[in-house]
Design a protein. Structure first.
Length: 148
C-alpha cells in the first residue's frame, strides 16, 4: 500500500477535480429544469433542453461522480490519512451519500421531462437547486475545519 501513500497528492488532486465537475453539474441541471418548465412541450426549446440535460448527466455528471467516488475511496485507503475516530469523516460520508441521492433524483426528474411527464414546478427546481450547494458547504467545512 506504499504506492497509495506516494500517490496521495495526485489522488487528492484528481478527487477535487472530479468533485468540482460533479458539483458543476449538480448546480446546473436543476437550472435547466427551471427553463424546461417554461418551455412548451414538443417545442424546439424543450427538445434542446432535453438534449442538454441528457448530455450533462451522461457525459459530465455521471463520470465525474464515479471518479469522485473512486478517488475518494482510494484516499480512504491511504494508511494514516483518516482518523476514523473523528466524527467529521462519518458526517462527511453521510453528506456525500446525500449528494449521490440528489444526483439520483435529478436523473429521475430528467427522465420525467424526457417522457413528457414532469410533475414539478419551476419553483420546486429552484429550491432543489439549493440542496447541492448546502451539502457542498457543509462537506467543505467538515473537511477543512474538522470541527469534531
Amino acid at each position: 500500500m506504499s504506492w497509495l501513500s506516494d500517490a496521495y497528492p495526485w489522488i487528492k488532486a484528481l478527487h477535487i477535480i472530479a468533485v468540482i465537475a460533479w458539483m458543476a453539474g449538480l448546480l446546473y441541471l436543476p437550472r435547466l429544469f427551471v427553463y424546461h418548465c417554461g418551455a412548451e412541450k414538443g417545442s424546439d426549446s424543450a427538445s434542446m433542453l432535453e438534449v442538454m440535460e441528457l448530455r450533462l448527466l451522461r457525459f459530465i455528471m455521471n463520470p465525474a461522480m464515479i471518479a469522485a467516488f473512486a478517488f475518494g475511496g482510494l484516499m480512504l485507503l491511504v494508511p494514516g490519512a483518516i482518523d476514523w475516530s473523528a466524527g467529521w469523516i462519518h458526517a462527511k460520508l453521510v453528506l456525500v451519500v446525500a449528494l449521490a441521492l440528489a444526483h439520483a433524483m435529478m436523473s429521475l426528474w430528467r427522465k420525467g421531462f424526457a417522457a413528457g411527464a414532469n410533475q414539478h414546478s419551476a419553483k420546486f427546481y429552484r429550491i432543489a437547486n439549493e440542496v447541492p450547494t448546502l451539502l457542498m458547504i457543509a462537506i467543505v467545512i467538515l473537511v477543512i475545519v474538522k470541527p469534531f
